[in-house]
Ligand binder design. Structure first.
Ligand code: C5P
Length: 218
């Protein structure tokens, strides 16, 4: 694929519930970039497995990914912890990653025309999907803070769960994501580390904005 060069591309990697999505959305809005939460695509595939265990094979996944719509990705069922944990299991499968990767690369390099560029967040964005991104960030936070944030989010969605359960599932997901053989979560040398443990949303946004503005001016 010929990669379009004259657009801004922001690549973000982060462990679960570190606040990357919230920051990425705000940054995308500010700079008029197309935002893609790549975890949602793995969640979508995981949900297919839960819904259609018997039909779940490469061909089926490929056809569902081909006809994927924004509405599919905004399905509230994708937000549950069960789907998140299943996503961290199916995302270890090489064939599934290949199917999902081409879609992500396409969006990163060819965002819809009205946008100035793209911003993607996930686990392998900085080194696999957009290795030549103009901006790369690794956003993280202490695991207990992440669990607390996710717990509040799930409670807000009316899901029945406890802080302890959420903490356990986030730890499990971290283990899966950091240790898998294919596309593990890692901070690349050329990514800037943003630790959100003691920063609120606004402070994170401003920190990243400052970095981007400084580079854009040069
Ligand atoms: O970001 P989110 O927590 O929604 O992602 C769900 C799961 O999808 C992650 O735990 C991870 O295993 C997988 N994922 C991935 N690569 C990405 C994004 C998400 O493997 N780029």
């Amino acid at each position: 694929m010929i990669k379009k060069k004259n657009i801004i591309k922001i690549a973000i990697d982060s462990p679960a519930a570190a606040g990357a999505g919230t920051i990425a959305k705000a940054i995308s809005k500010h700079y008029n970039l197309f935002y893609l939460d790549t975890g949602k695509i793995y969640r979508f595939v995981a949900y297919l497995k839960i819904q259609f265990p018997k039909k779940f094979n490469d061909k089926f996944i490929r056809s569902k990914i081909k006809s994927l719509s924004a509405k599919d990705l905004s399905n509230k069922n994708l937000l549950s912890d069960e789907v998140g944990t299943e996503a961290s299991v199916i995302s270890k499968i090489k064939k599934i990653r290949e199917i999902v990767h081409s879609l992500q690369t396409n969006i990163a390099y060819y965002p819809p025309k009205k946008y100035m560029g793209s911003c993607l967040d996930g686990r392998d964005i900085t080194y696999k999907i957009i290795p030549d991104a103009e901006f790369k960030f690794f956003i993280t936070a202490n695991v207990k803070i992440r669990a607390l944030r996710r717990f509040k989010e799930l409670k807000g969605l009316g899901k029945k769960t406890s802080y302890k359960e959420v903490l356990k599932s986030i730890k499990k997901r971290d283990k899966n994501d950091y240790n898998r053989k294919i596309s593990p979560l890692k901070k690349t040398k050329d990514s800037l580390l943003i630790n959100t443990t003691n920063l609120n949303k606004r402070a994170c946004f401003l920190k990243i904005k400052k970095i981007i503005d400084r580079k854009l001016k040069n």
